[in-house]
Ligand binder design. Structure first.
Ligand code: EPZ
Length: 418
């Protein structure tokens, strides 16, 4: 397996363009099967999770073609309605295909996605939403068989117990196949949901309200192939800003929407970075030691994104001053802490709370990524650390970052994949 070799302590300078958002592309690729036509999705990053989704589309019978950053999906005729177990295991968020397969074919079969590195990942809210629309869900030998009864899917009010991103997306996609109006209450407000709505509108679906807590879908429209350009990845942007905060220097991110990152840039500014945001760009300079900041509580959007917690923590661990993190979204999202402590970080974890006491400078070490954003956090820490680090487990990082080493090298970092 490949690893990163990083020589730390080199400030970053220059510009970087942020690639398309993984967490927007995945539900959009699922949505492409709603229509018996060809959809063109631009700014689609080449990530292992995206390749896994394309493999599911091919298994379902779609024609899938990538040309650079553009992916074409021909969903003219589907041959299957199941997500194979090995593909579910490869990417647990494949559950996002459930609602679209059900809406298009009337039946969906998939294995229980189970947990992941972040802890248990229940799908009870997804299943409650499709049941509300009239689907029957049967557990069969470790898997799920969901089917639409004779009368078809019927629009309804769906009240989500939690503003779950995935459950909101599955409800939207399934509701596109339901007769009448569906109102999703307590919907997730993440920007990726609004991006999904833009794609759905491009294929002729009637969806409104994404970005707010109430989303309305007028189902069973005549759908056709669409065209869409994926929004920039706000978590990749947060990671690159954290890298510059850790290593020092001055970077400009292009193709970002600073409004999606205000909680992250506010924390980095509080830590002493100078941040200027403009249309499609974020400029960050760090020329003094990072300070501790107010307690950071992760929360559903527009709160502080849980996915940005590991990289921001990695930057602050090498600064001065103390910061308290409270991880409210996932049970096991501090797996990067032990690795940061191998670099000399002083971090105390008690349940959902992590107290980070900046030590002024971390030192390089041999490290292993345990999950996607935790792996990115180790890269951030290594860039600001004294000396060499070796980071294994890049299969986690490659799920959400396209050739991260190239982006960082272009900013002056001394990092290479071996
Ligand atoms: C999405 O996961 C993202 N993944 C995650 O990004 C992100 O961390 C998360 O949203 C929160 O923003 C994708 O979009 C592919 P949730 P998702 O359903 O949809 C509980 C990354 O690093 N819950 O909003 O799975 C759940 O346990 C990944 O890119 C239920 O209890 O997140 C969690 O505590 C990691 N029952 C909370 O809701 C359910 O049926 C939020 O989860 C569903 C969720």
């Amino acid at each position: 397996m490949s690893a990163y070799l990083v020589e730390g302590g080199v400030p970053l300078y220059g510009e970087a363009r942020v690639h398309g958002a993984k967490n927007s592309v995945l539900p959009i690729l699922a949505a492409a099967i709603l229509c018996p036509g060809t959809s063109v999705i631009r700014n689609c990053p080449d990530l292992s999770d995206v390749r896994a989704s394309m493999a599911i589309l091919e298994h379902l019978g779609c024609g899938v073609r990538r040309e650079g950053d553009t992916v074409e999906v021909d969903a003219g005729s589907l041959l299957h309605n199941d997500v194979p177990d090995e593909l579910m295991r490869e990417m647990r968020s494949s559950v996002i295909f459930l609602g679209a397969i059900l809406a298009r074919t009337g039946e969906a079969v998939l294995s229980m996605p189970g947990g992941c590195e972040l802890g248990p990942r229940p799908i009870d809210l997804h299943l409650a939403a499709i049941r509300a629309l009239g689907a029957e869900v049967r557990e069969e030998g470790g898997g799920l068989r969901c089917s639409v009864p004779e009368r078809g899917l019927r629009g309804c009010e769906i009240d989500l117990a939690l503003p779950s991103v995935g459950a909101t997306e599955n409800a939207m996609l399934c509701a596109c196949g339901a007769e009448g109006t569906t109102v999703i209450n307590n919907a997730a407000r993440e920007p990726e949901i609004a991006d999904l709505q833009r794609f759905l509108r491009s294929i002729g679906a009637r969806v409104r309200g994404a970005g707010s807590s109430v989303i309305t879908v007028e189902g069973r429209q005549a759908l056709h192939g669409g065209t869409h350009t994926v929004m920039p990845d706000r978590i990749v942007a947060a990671t690159l800003l954290s890298a510059a905060a850790a290593a020092g220097g001055e970077v400009e991110l292009l193709g970002t929407d600073h409004r999606h990152l205000s909680t992250v840039t506010a924390a980095l500014m509080e830590a002493g970075c100078r941040v200027r945001s403009g249309e499609g760009r974020i400029h960050l300079r760090r020329d003094r030691p990072l300070k501790g900041v107010y307690p950071i509580h992760t929360a559903p959007y527009p709160g502080f994104p849980t996915d940005a917690q590991p990289p921001v923590m990695a930057a602050l661990a090498g600064g001065e001053g103390t910061t308290v993190f409270v991880e409210n979204m996932f049970e096991s999202r501090y797996r990067h802490v032990d690795e940061l402590c191998r670099m000399g970080a002083r971090i105390r974890v008690e349940g959902r709370v992590a107290v980070v006491c900046g030590v002024g400078r971390l030192h390089g070490a041999r490290l292993r990524a345990a999950d996607l954003r935790g792996g990115a956090a180790l890269v951030v820490a290594a860039l600001g650390a004294e000396g060499r680090s070796e980071i294994e487990g890049l299969e986690h990082v490659d799920r959400g970052y396209h050739r991260l080493e190239d982006t960082l090298t272009a900013l002056g970092a001394r990092i290479r994949r071996v």
